[in-house]
Design a protein around this ligand. Structure first.
Ligand code: SF4
Ligand code: ZN
Length: 319
């Protein structure tokens, strides 16, 4: 069968939710077009913005960098792109990803700002997670608290106006479902792409409307290097069950993830308007952390609280 878009090349991939059967070239072009539409529909990026792309070196973040670079091509670039990379300090895992990230940045001519947990917090993730007993938090929850701060620090260092992260449609709907299943209604608004007040710099998720499967295919067709190992601390628990469940639903009802994405956007925006009206102010109040002075929703920020827990348990040097 010929591609339903160009009618010239043989079709390579069928989008079951739309019925399009696309050749490899048209698949890549329509993916870039979809991201362009998402960016303009939500006003994510403005002409002249210095955009920090959070690049871990995995397929999603390198695809995002490549897509933004492509949209930016042509005689009048819209944005100034810079990659923000965090070295968590995981032996045998992070180095490979950073090498991939550096290679793609070099190829595209995008500068990279690299920060590390060791440099920022005084310990690597390996050192912070050298204890296992009696954990109240999962490895990824501990890591995530430091990573958000690390991205903010890299963003400040690179003087960016906005940070773009590579969360795709599957990440978005999984997080929405997880928050519902955990009864974590307070966190539902986190799934939004509007800026969050706890983060000093605006954050956007340009891949929000692209299925994970399609990001992976884009990466493959664009010859983006794949990382061979996964993080040794990754523990997904409920998330992998939610992922399997949503994939099964999608197989039986093509497009259902799109419907869930739209529902989650509606729910979160209604919820956050209701909260703002109740508070009589647009912004969630933040106060400076009592220890480090960074913006925090409570007296002591998450990073300082988790650092305290790590200090109590881990044997890392400097304790
Ligand atoms: Fe951190 Fe978890 Fe990602 Fe590993 S998988 S880098 S622990 S968030
Ligand atoms: Zn703090």
């Amino acid at each position: 069968m010929d591609c339903s878009r160009c009618g010239e090349r043989p079709s390579y991939y069928t989008r079951r939710y739309s019925g399009e059967a696309l050749c490899a070239e048209c698949f890549k072009e329509t993916t870039v077009e979809k991201v362009t539409r998402t960016i303009s529909k939500h006003g994510m990026l403005r002409r002249g913005d210095r955009v920090g792309v959070a690049v871990s070196g995995g397929k999603d973040s390198l695809s995002l960098l490549k897509i933004l670079h492509e949209i930016n091509g042509g005689p009048r670039p819209r944005w100034d792109l810079v990659a923000l990379t965090v070295d968590e300090g995981v032996e045998g895992y992070r180095d490979e990803a950073i090498d991939h990230a550096r290679a793609v940045c070099d190829e595209l001519g995008v500068p990279m700002v690299l920060v590390s947990y060791s440099g920022l917090f005084g310990f690597s993730l390996d050192q912070a997670l050298d204890w296992k007993d009696g954990r109240e938090m999962s490895s990824c929850s501990i890591c995530g608290v430091f990573r958000r701060r690390a991205i903010d620090e890299a963003a400040a260092k690179a003087k960016v106006d906005v940070v773009a992260t590579a969360h795709n449609l599957d990440d978005h709907v999984q997080t929405f479902m997880m928050n519902l299943l955990h009864g974590d209604v307070e966190r539902l608004e986190w799934a939004e792409h509007s800026p969050s007040d706890e983060f000093p710099i605006r954050r956007v998720k340009p891949l929000t409307e692209v299925y994970e499967e399609e990001v992976a295919l884009y990466a493959y067709l664009s010859k983006i290097p794949f990382q061979s190992t996964s993080c040794p601390y990754m523990h997904e628990g409920l998330r992998s069950e939610v992922r399997d469940y949503l994939n099964e639903l999608e197989a039986n009802h093509p497009g259902i993830k799109n419907v869930l994405l739209n529902s989650s956007s509606e729910v979160t925006s209604k919820l956050s308007s209701a909260r703002q009206a109740a508070r009589g102010t647009r912004d969630r109040a933040t106060v400076p952390c009592e220890r480090c002075g960074k913006p925090s929703s409570k007296g002591v920020c998450g990073v300082c609280r988790v650092t305290e827990i790590v200090r109590q348990h881990s044997k890392y040097t400097g304790r």
